[in-house]
Design a binder for this molecule. Structure first.
Ligand code: KIV
Length: 302
């Protein structure tokens, strides 16, 4: 895989996303948080990139998604934009940036579009988020909903665990999904719900659904960049299939560098710059004269 693909891919647009659903072509979404991860997503030719608030944990070191601020998210999204040409770019509205009022939600969504160049935004939950989604869509910004396990409100959901596992809780998920669709969302994320519940819901959902831990019936899948590449350690949810083990490679690389520095094997001749021998002689002579002079001047006060 080259970082500079030769194919001239068309930028992904809302009509093309909807068309893929219609044709039954799976949509591929991945998260990205900076310029290099965006370049990887571009080169891998994914359809959609989400600057997820999972950035709080994967790249900013917080212990949940709750603390990440709008300023931090905009900064990360702008870096992703610089590394991305073709995939559709979605900014994830962080906790506290959209719940208070429609005005707050619209101005946060506008920041993602104006300051970071995002194509769309995402928010979590049903309930009052349905009104916020409607307001954002009415302001002309495409919005993606997110139901099932919604990490921003994991405490209220009883922790990071699968949702919709009883008839009543599955109904809650279904109602949230339909309400967000009616509110004008262009797409939905189903996170951590039983595959059988997703299968029941899919015929009722006209907009593309991207699943994460929701089985194979959804229109597409999303995974967190750091989970799928194995960039971080620690517990991963059952749905986070690891397709590579990049952290092991990175640690091995930095260790090899440290060993070479300590053994004076690095840098070698091929890593250094040369100077014409005559120039070096002239430099030695001039530098020698200058240092002799300045040490003489240093003695002048005695
Ligand atoms: O923040 C995130 O990465 C997400 C995806 C898991 C959908 O919301």
């Amino acid at each position: 895989m080259s970082l500079h693909p030769t194919t001239d891919r068309l930028p992904m647009t809302l009509p093309r996303i909807a068309e893929k659903k219609r044709l039954g072509e799976p949509l591929v979404m991945v998260t990205a948080y900076d310029f290099p991860s965006a370049q990887v997503a571009e080169a891998a030719e994914v359809d959609m990139v989400l600057v997820g608030d999972s950035a709080a944990m994967t790249v900013l070191g917080y212990d949940s998604t709750v603390p990440v601020s709008m300023d931090e998210m905009v900064m990360l999204a702008a870096a992703v934009r610089r590394g991305l040409k073709t995939p559709f770019l979605i900014g994830d509205l962080p906790f506290g940036s959209y719940e208070a009022s429609d005005e707050q939600a619209i101005s946060a969504a506008q920041r993602f579009v104006k300051e970071a160049g995002c194509d769309a935004v995402k928010l979590e939950r049903g309930g009052s988020s349905v009104h916020r989604a409607k307001a954002i869509a009415a302001a002309g910004i495409p919005v993606m909903g997110h139901v099932g396990l919604t990490p921003q409100t994991a405490t209220a959901l009883g922790g990071y665990k699968a949702q919709g596992r009883t008839a009543n809780r599955a109904l809650d998920v279904a109602r949230d999904a339909l309400a967000l669709q009616d509110a004008g969302c262009f797409s939905l994320v189903f996170e951590a719900i039983p595959a059988a519940v997703a299968e029941e819901l899919m015929p009722r959902i006209e907009i593309p659904v991207i699943g994460i831990g929701a089985g194979a019936a959804t229109d597409g899948q999303v995974l967190v960049f750091h989970d799928l590449l194995g960039i971080h350690e620690g517990l991963s949810p059952r749905f986070a299939k690891r397709f590579a083990n990049v952290k092991v490679e990175m640690v091995a690389g930095v260790k090899a560098y440290a060993e070479d520095v300590r053994a004076r094997r690095f840098p070698a001749a091929e890593h250094t710059y040369s100077i014409d021998p005559e120039e070096l002689d002239d430099f030695r002579a001039a530098f020698g004269a200058e240092t002799a002079l300045s040490s003489w001047e240093g003695l002048e006060g005695f």
